[in-house]
Design a protein around this ligand. Structure first.
Ligand SMILES: Nc1nc2c(c(=O)[nH]1)N[C@H]1C(S)=C(S)[C@@H](COP(=O)(O)O)O[C@H]1N2
Ligand SMILES: [Mo]
Length: 340
């Protein structure tokens, strides 16, 4: 997800990169500039540039003790029965990899660091506001929301625009149930998911050139498709903070950047909003972002995808292999940029 707008991170002193108390001799600072450049390269799916200096820098975070957090109040709901309708053509990805290597720009653009820093996020109390073009705006406590709907487990492929894949046993409830619950007006056509903002524990929020809070949006038809899931758990327990606890969007035929984690607001709109990445870099990240092997990202091919666990490559499938469920949603839209 590196991009030219992100470059000021390298030119500007990245004061969020080390605790304020740490003295920063110029040589260390210059090393960190090189490291950040290397990490940007890694985020593109290219070879990671590992240097001893990079290790030093990341160790500052890695050596901090993890905060102890209260137990998840929904833990008693897990594990839940797997819905056998959704089968995989590949093995599940080992849990430590799915939890330990995440894109979560609020915390870091380096995947292990993001995973580690996300553990600091307070996920209770947590509310979700439903607003915009609905019969009545409302704010719901997350535990009441999760307990309102029957949870199910589904095994889905997840495809990042950076061309890696994971396969995950998610737990959640159909997004269609949330749409029903919200009672949208007939004028509502789009649904925008908004992530928590201004968390004191999210260093990314201090990168003011990004359009925080992280958001992305879909059509109501997409959200009502049977595949669209509100994720509350994975691997038979509540979601790890790194994977978007307490609530995330899961639409497995789309690139991962669409699927907001840490959701606090669901807004119904009549006009198509621009999501986080479309705002940052609209010529690379569009509204639809359906997976397609034949439409390259402007900077790399999407023809094959890399197993995050083994590095092996396999051909990418149109709609990430979910065409039988979703292809009809895009009939008559051939003139639109459906695949970025
Ligand atoms: N709030 C928020 N949600 C986000 C992102 C993010 O940076 N912030 N990254 C997206 C991207 S690019 C991907 S690939 C998935 C990663 O989800 P994972 O934790 O299941 O790997 O989260 C998506 N949702
Ligand atoms: Mo992604």
């Amino acid at each position: 997800m590196a991009n030219s707008i992100g470059r000021p991170a390298i030119l500007r002193r990245p004061d969020w990169a080390l605790p304020d108390s740490a003295a920063t001799p110029e040589s260390v600072y210059l090393n960190r500039r090189a490291i950040l450049a290397g990490l940007s390269g890694a985020a593109l799916g290219g070879a990671a540039i590992a240097t001893p200096a990079a290790a030093d820098w990341l160790d500052v975070f890695r050596s901090e003790p993890q905060p102890s957090q209260p137990p998840d109040p929904t833990a008693d709901l897990y594990p839940v029965a797997r819905n056998p309708a959704y089968t995989l053509d590949r093995p599940l990805t080992p849990e430590p990899l799915v939890v330990g290597n995440v894109n979560y720009y609020e915390f870091s653009s380096d995947k292990p660091t993001a995973s580690r820093l996300a553990q600091r996020l307070a996920i209770r109390p947590w509310t979700v506001t439903i607003d915009g073009l609905v019969e009545a705006e409302t704010t719901v406590d997350i535990d009441a929301l999760i307990r309102r709907f029957a949870l199910e487990e589904r095994t889905y492929r997840h495809r990042c625009v950076e061309a890696w894949w994971i396969a995950v046993p998610w737990t959640g409830f159909p997004m269609a149930k949330l749409i029903d619950f919200a009672k949208p007006l007939s004028s509502a056509r789009y649904v925008r998911f908004e992530t928590f903002g201004n968390s004191p524990v999210a260093p990314g929020h201090r990168q003011s050139w990004y359009p925080w809070p992280y958001t992305d949006a879909f059509t109501i038809e997409e959200c009502s498709n049977e595949l669209a899931l509100m994720g509350t758990g994975a691997y038979g327990k509540p979601l790890d903070r790194a994977n978007g606890a307490p609530l995330r969007a899961i639409l497995p035929w789309k690139y991962g950047f669409k699927q907001a984690k840490g959701i606090v607001r669901v807004t119904f709109l009549d006009k198509r909003p621009k999501g986080f990445w479309e705002t940052v870099q609209g010529f690379e990240y569009g509204f639809w972002a359906n997976v397609n092997p034949d439409v390259p990202h402007p900077r790399w091919s999407q023809a094959t995808e890399r197993d995050l666990a083994t590095g092996e490559r396999r051909p990418t499938q149109i709609f990430n292999g979910y065409g039988e469920f979703v292809a009809h949603l895009y009939e008559g839209k051939a003139g639109e940029r459906l695949y970025m």
